[in-house]
Write a protein that binds this ligand. Structure first.
Ligand code: AKG
Length: 292
């Protein structure tokens, strides 16, 4: 089956072995060196853990009873392409551009890079939709998620909800911060379950801004689950949230787009003829800095 057909049917597509093992070794060493002992703008180690103990809600690092939160040592990096040339060149790599253009039907603009280290013991990320944060208008965004390590449920691979690529953006509810380093999630109707996406280092996963996705905690004691992520928007979009400016063409030049202001609309699940459907209900107050 063609990549485009798979992507349209499932809402995601994995380009297997798109990057070589030599490239993966290079990126792992490069980003570990950037992380070691340095701070960068936008580093994010996650929201504090909250746990119900007895009859009250407790918050704080002391809830990691026996060890510090591993994300404190390996916070997620963001927007590295603004200060790291390797990240910029990866974001606009020709292989990624060709696949994005085929899947979207138009050459994209590039707006964001992120590096998740997810060391052993780190929390995962609750289910969410990227368009909740990017607020692309018209159209949507697209993630390109490169596995720098082999990943499965044990070390915290991505999980996705096939079919959700066609859903409206859902209003969020509180997430379980003992499992997720972000604090909001989206509700799923009964019977709808996410599926894990098992990947090998060098595989690149694509999914659009509506696809519900998240990741498992890393329950191993000795395996990192590093991922290099690019976020893109359709090349005929006119607006994207402020956090993603400057917007770049795939040759690295800046393109002027408008800022999509304020909250986007979001929906809730209601039953219609016995089937769950999304009804637009509210306005999301999401800022990209909240997650993403
Ligand atoms: O890599 C992860 O653990 C989660 C990434 C993610 O959900 C995202 O980039 O939106």
């Amino acid at each position: 089956m063609l990549a485009v057909e798979q992507y349209q049917r499932d809402g995601y597509y994995v380009a297997r072995g798109l990057f070589s093992s030599e490239e993966m070794a290079f990126y792992r060493a490069h980003f570990m060196a950037l992380r070691e002992g340095q701070e960068h703008p936008g580093d994010f180690a996650g929201v504090p853990v909250q746990r119900i103990i007895g009859d009250s809600l407790k918050t704080g690092d002391h809830l990691y009873e026996d060890k510090p939160d591993p994300l404190k040592q390996y916070p997620r990096m963001i927007h590295m392409h603004r200060w790291d040339d390797t990240s910029l060149r990866w974001m606009i790599d020709q292989r990624i551009n060709e696949l994005l253009t085929a899947l979207l039907g138009v050459e994209p603009f590039a707006v964001q890079t992120m590096l998740y280290f997810k060391p052993p013991g780190a929390r995962g990320q609750a289910l969410h939709q990227d368009q909740y944060y990017l607020k692309v208008k018209p159209g949507t965004c697209m993630a390109a998620w490169l596995a720098l390590d082999d990943c499965d449920e044990a070390n915290g691979c991505i999980q996705v909800v096939p079919g959700s690529q066609n859903w409206d953006v859902l209003c969020t509810v509180a997430a379980d911060t003992t499992q997720s380093f972000t604090d909001v999630t989206v509700p799923l109707p009964e019977g709808v379950e996410p599926v894990p996406v098992i990947m090998q280092a060098g595989d690149l996963l694509f999914f659009n801004g509506s696809l519900v996705h998240g990741s498992f905690p890393n329950t191993t004691t000795d395996h990192f689950r590093r991922a290099l992520i690019g976020h893109y928007i359709v090349g005929d979009a006119q607006q994207v949230a402020h956090f993603y400016h400057p917007v770049l063409r795939m040759d690295g030049s800046v393109v002027e787009l408008e800022v999509s202001e304020g909250g986007g609309s979001c929906g809730v699940w209601v039953a219609r003829d016995g089937q769950p459907v999304i009804e637009l209900a509210g306005v999301s107050g999401a800022k990209a800095e909240d997650h993403e």
